[in-house]
Design a protein around this ligand. Structure first.
Ligand code: IPM
Ligand code: MN
Length: 369
């Protein structure tokens, strides 16, 4: 069987390289089963800043565009906090999203049965939770112009960020939401602030019109973003797919992440539009950041990164069966009581980053008998 694809690894900073190492081991395991990936690696974030003075070089950007599939670790750290805006590690991430046109950011919030007690909410509220936040990722206030800080003649300064959306931008992300909901529980909640913002009015109108035109079989609700935040902690299981803009999606996905008990468990996929051959550019990254406080200790939870790799198998390479296998292996290892420090509970077995990787690989072995 020939190699099925190329992946660009951008491990980045902090615990990024540590958790990505466990993905490498799973790729090695798949390779031994003749599912071969060609992995290349490059620098991003603080690591690129240290080596090249920018958080992402043009050459790395070109490579990401050419290869088309990126596994991303994490970026940032206290050493870089005082850098000017354009040199901050986060700019590397934002440029990858923008230049690859990865407009659809899938952030599932899933509660593993073994971890239902790790949530800050009562077990009955989160047990079995499986929701998907779909965040628009290349528009809105993150990229809108004008933006900046200017000096005022009378003293003081004036800062501007621009929230802007076009019908086409809203429609393409809403379409992904309806398609995904159609394969799940058939419900989309569209979230904005149409009571205060013009972008919210256009957002609501556009999502509703697309629904009425093409997705009548999917249930559609609209919520204001503040109400959505409240509903997420009040009754999270009412949701299936939440479709929202870049900034609200940033906030609501952190909120949803916490429902599951640990940021260390949550994957994400950022997808572009399919080309003529049906291939889409994509980047996969754990939702957690670089966690500089625990970096280098070998205790980070690799599950979010491994779950992100499962999404890569599913969305970039059509390997749903292998993605399922990996997700099942992770769930079993949690059932058996293996826990990294972030999700440690009484009576469980504490493992290191590579210890978690060992247990998952063993479970993968078992799955092929
Ligand atoms: C995220 C992060 C990023 C964002 C930062 C690191 C730029 O918080 O992916 O949610 O705000 O989008
Ligand atoms: Mn965020």
């Amino acid at each position: 069987m020939p190699e099925i694809g190329r992946i660009l690894f951008l491990p980045g900073d902090g615990i990024g390289p540590e958790v990505m190492e466990e993905v490498r081991r799973v790729i090695g395991w798949l390779g031994r089963r003749r599912l071969e990936f060609a992995v290349e690696e490059d620098l991003v974030g603080g690591a690129a800043q240290d080596a090249h003075g920018v958080p992402l070089t043009d050459a790395t950007m070109a490579r990401a565009l050419e290869i088309g599939t990126v596994m991303f670790g994490a970026v940032g750290g206290p050493r870089y906090d005082d850098l000017p805006f354009a040199q901050k590690p986060e700019r590397g991430l934002l440029r990858l999203r923008k230049d690859m046109d990865l407009f659809a950011n899938l952030r599932p919030a899933i509660v593993f049965p073994a971890l239902a007690d790790a949530s800050s909410l009562k077990r009955e509220l989160v047990e079995g939770l499986d929701i998907l936040i779909l965040r628009e990722l290349t528009g809105g206030v993150y990229f809108g112009e004008p933006r900046g800080i200017e000096d005022l003649p009378e003293g003081g300064q004036r800062a501007v960020d621009t929230q802007v959306y076009t019908t086409a931008e809203i429609e393409r992300v809403a379409r992904v939401g309806f398609e995904l909901a159609g394969k799940r529980r058939g419900k989309v909640t569209s979230v904005e602030k149409a009571n205060v913002m013009h972008t919210g009015v256009l957002w609501r109108r556009t999502v509703q019109a697309l629904h009425d035109r093409e997705y009548g079989d999917v249930e559609l609700d609209h919520l204001y973003a503040d109400n959505c935040a409240m509903q997420l902690v009040r009754q999270p299981k009412q949701f299936d797919v939440i479709v929202t803009d870049n900034l609200f999606g940033d906030l609501l996905s952190d909120c949803a992440a916490m429902l599951t008990g640990s940021l260390g468990m949550l994957p994400s996929a950022s997808l572009g539009a399919p080309d003529a051959a049906g291939r889409r550019k994509a980047m996969y990254e754990p939702v957690h950041g670089s966690a500089p406080d625990i970096a280098g200790q070998g205790i980070a939870n690799p599950i979010a990164c491994l779950m992100s790799f499962a999404m890569l198998l599913r969305y970039s390479f059509d390997q749903a069966a292998e993605a399922d296998r990996l997700e099942r292996a992770i769930a079993s290892v949690l059932e058996q009581g293996h826990r990294t420090a972030d999700v440690m509970q009484d009576g469980m077995t504490r493992v290191s980053t590579s210890g978690m990787g060992d247990a998952i690989l063993k479970e993968l072995d078992r799955s092929i008998g």
